[in-house]
Design a protein around this ligand. Sequence first.
Ligand code: SF4
Length: 395
Amino acid sequence: MAGPLGDCEARLARARALVEDRRLDTVRAWKAGHPGGLAIGHMPVYVPRPMLEAQGCLAVALFGGGDQVDIIRGDSYFQSYICHIPRSTIELALTGDLEPLDGVLFPSICDVIRNLGGMWKLLFPDRYSDYLDLPQDFDPEVGGAFYVRELGRIAGELERRGARPLEPGALREAIARENRRRAALEAMDALRAREPWRVRASEAYLIARAGAALPAQEHATLLEEFLAAAALREVRYRDNVRVVLVGAFCEQPPFELVLTLERAGCDIIHDDLQLGLRAIDGEIRVPEGADPLEALARAYLEQGTAMASRYIGEGEKGVALVRRVCDAAADGVVFAAASFCDPALLDQPMLERALEGAGIPFTSFKFAENTGQFQVIREQAGAFSDAVKLWGKES
Ligand code: SF4
């Protein structure tokens, strides 16, 4: 029987296989086991997955092709001065890798995702695709009412394509399953912030991303099993600097880049990688007798993370980042944005100003999902880690 270390390794191996499942074999297997069930892909950052689950659909988070895909046709659909994720997503679609998806949702993050949604409609007119307009007004009577209507509209579109009607009881149960997943993610984040040598950021990344195409319940089980095994395994303390990674919420860096930062002496104790799974802070509360769809919408309005795709007051995101750094007892911040990512790069100067005001050191670089050279980043991160160790935070 495998011991605790073996248990961790087994969970990580499963997670890695799920993350590398570019052809969506697990989605194909799910569809074979759920005849008539719809697999609905969604682009980053945030889509209310419990609503899809309540209608018997499998939500599949799409993160482009990473460094596994050679772009041959995808480049011809987009300008050269935008990020990489839309090209590799189109490439995957044109090569048939996304064929198991019955539809794709494009949430309103930025113009690039909007254009990708338009391109999708032109390329695949027979397949369902939809634009999810997330509210930018956080008043429940205005943005909240709009968002509930928008969700109801999408639920109706899914139903017309064979999904179950959206029932309050099923939605309530799906939200409870999502809360379990969310609690397990939070517990993993807390453990790695407390003991980053016990759960490394690269491991947390794999275990979190493994849930991209898993029902919430199954992902929660994987997280809980990994956590239980990690708590028992033998580990060696490392004296690294503690950093918060910011800016990689949509297009994901190559996995090797996360490893590079670790090798350069940085323990990433908090990050916004694949932020969609953590876009709501805390539990989604559905009070007795309340409409669960309204509760889902309200959670987005009131508990939404201060992220780049959220249009909130200039200072709020800076305050939230400084608080995050202080709460996590981090030594500094690493800005890692996808090249040409407007939302991340427009926010960065105001976040930097807030860090300067609080005397928190930071460094920054950009990446593309298929970046293949890491030496420069390793040297930069190593120099940052040495400087923070030598001089620390300004007091
Ligand atoms: S990486 Fe940035 S610019 Fe590109 S699609 Fe994502 S949010 Fe938009």
